[in-house]
Unconditional design. Structure first.
Length: 108
């Protein structure tokens, strides 16, 4: 035995799923159209290239692709790390005194 609120919830779920399937079908059709446009443009490009290679008349201008409805998502760029600052005169003093070699400058 089921209660009325469960039956209503099931009916609502079925409606939502039906709408989602319709949206997916529309998105699939739009994607197929974009693929067909892209393939047609590619075929025209190849035909023009082969025509030029064989010396025939140039092919008609390529088919213009339809613009995408949504802007493409740009990947985030990684920032380059800033160069590390060197210590002021720390290396020069050590190098001039000879401490980095472990020898005294006057020792032979």
């Amino acid at each position: 035995m089921t209660t009325s609120y469960r039956l209503e919830a099931i009916a609502e779920l079925r409606k939502r799923k039906k709408v989602m399937r319709e949206l997916e079908a529309l998105e699939f059709a739009a994607e197929e159209k974009r693929k067909a446009d892209r393939d047609a443009a590619n075929e025209a490009r190849i035909a023009a290239k082969l025509g030029r290679a064989t010396g025939e008349e140039p092919a008609p201008p390529p088919v213009v692709l339809s613009e995408p409805e949504e802007p493409a998502i740009k990947p985030k760029r990684r920032r380059k790390a800033a160069p590390k600052k060197e210590a002021e005169n720390a290396d020069e003093e050590r190098t001039q005194s000879g401490d980095d070699l472990g020898e005294h400058p006057d020792a032979s």
